[in-house]
Design a protein around this ligand. Sequence first.
Ligand code: SF4
Ligand code: SF4
Ligand code: SF4
Length: 329
Amino acid sequence: MKETLQNLRRQAADLLEKKEVALVIGWEPGSDIARTTPFFAAAPDEASRLTWGPFCANGLVKYLLDYRYGTEKLAVAARGCDMRAVNRLVQDRQFPRERVVVLGLPCAGILDRAKVLPRFTPGAKLLEVADRGDTYLVRTDLDGEKAFPKAEFLEPRCLECEQNVPEGADRLLGPAVASPALPGIDRFGDVAALEALDPAAKSAFWDRYFTRCLRCYACRNICPACNCKECAFEQAVPGWQQDARWISKATTLSENYTFHLIRMFDVAGRCIDCGECERVCPVNIPLRKLYRKVLKDARELFAAPTPGKAPDAVLPMVTFAENDREEFM
Ligand code: SF4
Ligand code: SF4
Ligand code: SF4
């Protein structure tokens, strides 16, 4: 991990020094190493502020869209799942591949802060984290060192990770590391369990979650597949009375369903299963279950791999084959 971080800083400084890129998008530590935030290094001497480790939770690729109308080249730090996000933007013609240098980070899994932080004395400062294979060791000023077995403390998406090394990165910054995915995990077991419920129980399940949605749109804003220049939910409907919207601002259950189901159809066959939407939701709605239902269907109906694995992969929902299964027609 330390070697990879040194490489990240070196490569970032080099790219900025040679003016090959205008910015390097990465993470920097906050008040301690568990509170990382996105960081935009614009000069070689800022590269030393970059960090990398199991608390670098934010996906950074969506920030590229803030520069989509420019001509400058940018570099972005990317884990395996972030590489699928890069491919998503490239395939959707939202950001040209030649304008981004992908700094690839082999990833051993991201710690779930919500599970880890309560294990420390309030106010303890996290100083260092070391990877010991199945476990991360975290050292603090007040509590000494504590062990966090990955199987228990990683974010759920990491325990199902299907690509922890970013294939196709321009520069791979460290040696391959073991995938944190649990051996033999059934990636769609929870979706199958939901499918098995009767319609009333399924409705009750989603009613319970969607009723608490604040419509803060954090899930949409972070999503690499939600990359329209203007979101339909903020567009006035042409021809209707002034300022009429497709959905009202009210966070009623029916309006929330409309938002989530429209978004689900929008990302169908394009969702890269990065889990960012679920990670940022302030009210813990299990959004991946919704999108992985479509992922599962696309796998079963069209043998489609997880989108984003290659920038030129065929998208199942925009391709017709005479032997397509048609049970849904
Ligand atoms: S899903 Fe995989 S690549 Fe992405 S953060 Fe988790 S372990 Fe890393
Ligand atoms: S992030 Fe959560 S609360 Fe916010 S709009 Fe999405 S589902 Fe609703
Ligand atoms: S997992 Fe969520 S954030 Fe990631 S691409 Fe799919 S819908 Fe978007």
